[in-house]
Design a protein around this ligand. Structure first.
Ligand SMILES: [Zn+2]
Length: 224
């Protein structure tokens, strides 16, 4: 049996914390990547989205193509282990792999919402419409495209931007506190508060297993 599977089977409250490294083999770039020769993360801030919505949504439309990516064997292994997953990823690949309990700390790329009426829309549908407007290049029309078709309110991403508050923080902290085993997979743990969760788990007596180099290989053969 894969040694990680053995640990998970023996644990009472196992939990996984995942980051960009688990989705890299699915073809999703990390936020260390660039957009228009600047680090992507410089654009994923609340301040930038508010100051330059046209620039922000141009990047968003490009990112939405990640919605078509598929989970890799590491996502599938976690789903088969049937453990709750706290993730820094916005790609929805844990859900797509079949994990039942997922806490996406940084929200999701798959939907957008209206800031006025709250109505959600599929990002793919929204991005497809916007793409045509960007191709035409009329800024007035693009701004109109950023409004809710129902009520005219502004559309906002469901991705948590730098400067927004994190989602599911309470659940993530509770799970970490209760855990007796935490798999930390594909995250460099530089972003707070995800970085604090292994420490919370450790303080509660959990064993921490760090898997950073090759997630797919480390989780190979699970539940086979
Ligand atoms: Zn609306």
């Amino acid at each position: 049996m894969n040694p990680i599977e053995k640990k998970v089977r023996e644990a009472k409250h196992p939990v996984a914390l995942t980051g960009a490294g688990i989705s890299a083999p699915s073809g999703i770039p990390t936020f260390q990547g660039t957009w228009k020769n600047q680090p992507i993360r410089d654009f994923l801030t609340r301040e930038y989205a508010e100051n330059d919505p046209i620039g922000f949504f141009e990047l968003f439309v490009d990112m939405v193509k990640w919605c078509d990516k598929e989970p890799n064997p590491a996502h599938k292994a976690l789903a088969m282990l049937d453990i709750p997953v706290i993730t820094q990823n916005i790609d929805g690949l844990h859900e797509k792999a079949g994990t039942k309990t997922v806490y996406p700390l940084h929200g999701t790329l798959h939907t957008v919402h209206c800031t006025a009426c709250g109505k959600k829309r599929s990002s793919k549908e929204f991005a497809a419409e916007l793409k045509e407007l960007y191709d035409e290049g009329d800024r007035q029309k693009i701004m109109e495209g950023l409004r809710c078709p129902e009520c005219g309110g502004w559309i906002d991403t469901d991705v948590v931007l730098y400067g927004d508050s994190i989602h599911h923080l309470y659940d993530a902290m509770r799970l970490s506190e209760q855990a007796d085993l935490m798999l930390v997979i594909g995250t460099s743990l530089i972003t707070y508060p995800a970085a604090a969760l292994p420490q919370i788990a450790k303080n509660g007596g959990a064993e921490i297993i760090l898997i950073n180099d090759d997630c797919v290989k480390a989780l190979e053969g699970i539940c086979k």
